[in-house]
Design a protein around this ligand. Structure first.
Ligand code: M6R
Length: 615
């Protein structure tokens, strides 16, 4: 949440900052602001999008080779001009941008008020700006503090999470960055440095980056970059080479990132199994699990922790692990797990799933599991993110950057990884026979092509979506492997079209939700041919008897449901266990088309942000 970008070097900072903020806008779009430094500093900020900020700066002085910018997802204080970042300290010595939450802000504010500090905004960030200034000014007479020392002293007082960029009026050639809990990447160019919440604003200029660790404070000036921690101990900057291409973060002719990402799913799945799953030799190896594979094979229990769509992928994982490996598996919302004193035994396997690798609740749950002696691994999409660095093993989903706030290709890539994990453990611990394993390899290999076939039907899916775009409520039903898909379909619809949607296990319908059904209620039923096909046919009849509008996702060639449902969308036949990878695609497309019909901002739905780095 919140996007941060900073630049110090020989170019005009403004252009880099604006372009960078547009790339980071998926992290929050309540307000935007920049500060530019050239002897003094100038601050421009406003409620709204980066484009509003651009309008505001049209006739203004935008010179400066040092600057920073921020795009906000509001936590403390409404989205207003005043609450927009950047924030200046009361005496104007410091200007800062911040991603995260200062939890003890009330106490810090009260202390500063006693010292005579006044506040212009409702943000926790302004408190931090003033706290830094307080240390800086208090110590100017006697043992004077440098801006870096003032930052260090202030941050020692802070409870919470921060990614920060700081400028000091008295040191116009210097920029300070600090991190705890919220991500920060520093790009290293020739005599220039870029700072950002993720690498997307940086890759155009350099592929050499440093991922800051918690408690790192970086000072960048004419002499270069120095890195120390909160205890003032020098840290060795580890420079990584990133392989991200600019084309991967552009829309490439699609109207929205979400649509592009839906269409990228065949590639995302192929990229995720490439080099791991060999179709010819029926060989499967997940290198990132090598060091814990014996533990996985002999595990007594698996706990999956995640949030949102990643949690839905985890639910599919539960079905896969229990069926293929017979290892008891539980799926937990990371936010519940971290606060409810869960029973974690030494040697339990904890799998943290996260597209961004930065979700605050998932990170906190990982910490708890590690402290309790669990073996914690990650399934993550972003290389260099916090979760892969906090876990001892893991498998990356190679879905490529996901920019649309509604997660699509990350979900199918996560399910692909979980399928491969369950298959390799199952083969090793005899949960699966060699024949079953071979069949699954063949089936998984064929999935991308089958998704392409579904995408070819997008016109028909759009026509069906047009018919239900005015609904106010909807119900998604599925059984077995398709129950998590029902949840995911409902989440997709509500988050981008603002239509109320609920996902339910189909058999649970008669325990309550059936009361909602009338002729205005679209009921989306996942009804591919599997063990519970006859049961789901009965559920459809129950809905029809109450005049509900049925949209059924069925296996190609199904005639029974075709005769009962109002609309059907066919998907190719697959193994039951792999059906989530196919059936979720029409649901993603339907949500997309419905949201477009309703005039919603698909890529940046209201109140949401892509990377949830606060609790
Ligand atoms: O980056 P993560 O996978 O940890 O994010 C988890 C959720 O915030 C995320 O899946 C969210 O629910 C999406 N908006 C769903 O489309």
């Amino acid at each position: 949440m919140c996007g941060i970008v900073g630049y110090i070097g020989h170019r005009n900072a403004y252009d880099i900052l604006i372009k960078g903020l547009k790339r980071l806008e998926y992290r929050g779009y309540d307000s935007a602001g920049i500060a530019l430094s050239e002897n003094d500093y100038r601050v421009y900020k406003c409620k709204g999008k980066v484009s509003d900020l651009e309008n505001q700066t049209k006739d203004k002085d935008i010179s400066g080779r040092i600057g920073m910018g921020h795009t906000r997802w509001a936590t403390h204080g409404e989205p207003t001009d005043n609450n927009a970042h950047t924030h200046k300290s009361m005496n104007g010595k410091f200007v800062i941008i911040h991603n995260g939450i200062i939890e003890n802000y009330a106490k810090l504010k009260a202390g500063l008020q006693k010292e005579g500090y006044k506040f212009e905004s409702e943000t926790d960030t302004e408190i931090l700006a003033n706290l830094i200034e307080f240390y800086y000014m208090r110590n100017q007479n006697g043992t004077s503090f440098s801006p870096e020392e003032a930052v260090r002293s202030a941050l020692k007082m802070v409870e919470g999470a921060y990614g920060l960029v700081i400028l000091c009026e008295d040191y116009p050639d210097q920029m300070i960055a600090a991190r705890k809990g919220s991500p920060l990447v520093i790009g290293i160019g020739k005599d220039e440095y870029f700072i950002a919440s993720d690498a997307t604003p940086i890759i155009e200029y350099t592929n050499s980056v440093i991922y800051l660790n918690d408690d790192d404070i970086a000072v960048i000036d004419d002499k270069g970059l120095s890195l120390k921690n909160l205890k003032n101990i020098p840290q060795k900057p580890n420079v990584h080479k990133i392989s991200l291409e600019l084309s991967e973060i552009e829309k490439n002719g699609f109207d929205h990132y979400m649509l592009k990402e839906i269409y990228e799913q065949p590639k995302a799945i192929r990229d995720t199994y490439r080099g791991r799953l060999n179709f010819e030799s029926k060989f499967l190896r997940l290198g990132g699990l090598h060091n814990i594979f014996e533990d996985l094979k002999g595990a007594k229990r698996i706990i999956i922790i995640a949030c949102g769509t990643s949690w839905h992928a985890g639910l599919v994982g539960e079905y896969l692990f229990e069926e293929f490996t017979r290892i008891p598996t539980e799926v937990e919302y990371a936010s519940e797990f971290r606060y409810r004193k869960p029973i974690i035994n030494k040697g339990d396997i904890v799998i943290a799933i996260s597209q961004s690798g930065e979700t605050a609740d998932t990170l906190a749950a990982i910490q708890l599991a590690k402290e309790a002696g669990a073996i914690v691994m990650g399934v993550c999409n972003v290389v260099g993110a916090s979760i892969p660095r906090e876990t001892i093993a893991g498998v990356f989903t190679h879905a490529g950057p996901e920019i649309g706030v509604a997660s699509t290709k990350a979900f199918t890539a996560q399910v692909t990884v979980l399928t491969m994990m369950a298959m390799s453990i199952g083969l090793a611990n005899n949960g699966l026979t060699k024949e079953e394993f071979t069949e699954l390899v063949n089936e998984l290999y064929a999935i991308p092509e089958k998704i392409e076939k579904i995408l070819d039907k997008s016109e028909k899916i759009k026509e069906i979506s047009d018919k239900i775009s005015n609904a106010t409520n909807s119900l998604y039903l599925g059984r077995g492997y398709l129950f998590p898909v029902a949840l995911e379909g409902a989440l997709k619809l509500k988050e981008i079209s603002y239509i109320h949607a609920e996902g339910y296990p189909a058999a649970e319908m008669k325990h309550g939700p059936i009361a909602l059904i009338d002729e205005k209620m679209p009921v989306i039923v996942l009804a591919t041919k599997d063990k519970s096909y006859d049961k789901i046919v009965s559920n459809i009849q129950e809905v029809k008897a109450r005049k509900g509008v049925i949209i059924a996702i069925v296996t190609e060639g199904d005639t029974t449901i075709k005769n009962m449902a109002d609309y059907v969308i066919e998907v190719p036949k697959s193994d039951f266990a792999l059906a989530p990878l196919l059936t979720v695609v029409p649901l993603q497309l339907m949500s997309y088309y419905i949201a477009v019909n309703r005039g919603c901002n698909v890529d940046q739905p209201r109140n949401l942000a892509k990377s949830v780095t606060v609790e």
